[in-house]
Design a protein around this ligand. Sequence first.
Ligand SMILES: [Cu+2]
Length: 144
Amino acid sequence: MKKYIVLTLTTLWACSLSAKTLEYEHATIKLVPPVSKNTAGFITIKNLSDKDLKLIKVESEISEIVELHTMKMDKEMMVMRPVDSILVPKKGSVHLKPGGLHIMFLGIKKALVKDDKIEAKLIYEDGFIEKVLFLVKDSNLHSK
Ligand SMILES: [Cu+2]
């Protein structure tokens, strides 16, 4: 499996927390053909602090709208549903992955290119903001 590195631009704004509060792994955006207007992003977020954190919003230039989604069973069908926030438990982690929680990019403005890195802003409840680079990947079937 191809190895890649998640580059975190050390940008901590309006931040009452220490710099080493959060760590990110496997930040990817699913490559979709240019005709497709929507895609999903996946990431593992680790919270090293002893305080629960809530991801409330993601912002990115690549799409008109960015939402936080989960997948739920509805009449034997898996359907996506927006969620208000995603909890990142203290001393724990949350996995946004295919079939579960994910970041939804709706209304892609410009065709995605494989191996490109796309910047997104992760915004937490208390105003904590971090920029993370997401790698555009062909398939997320093998991601953890
Ligand atoms: Cu979705």
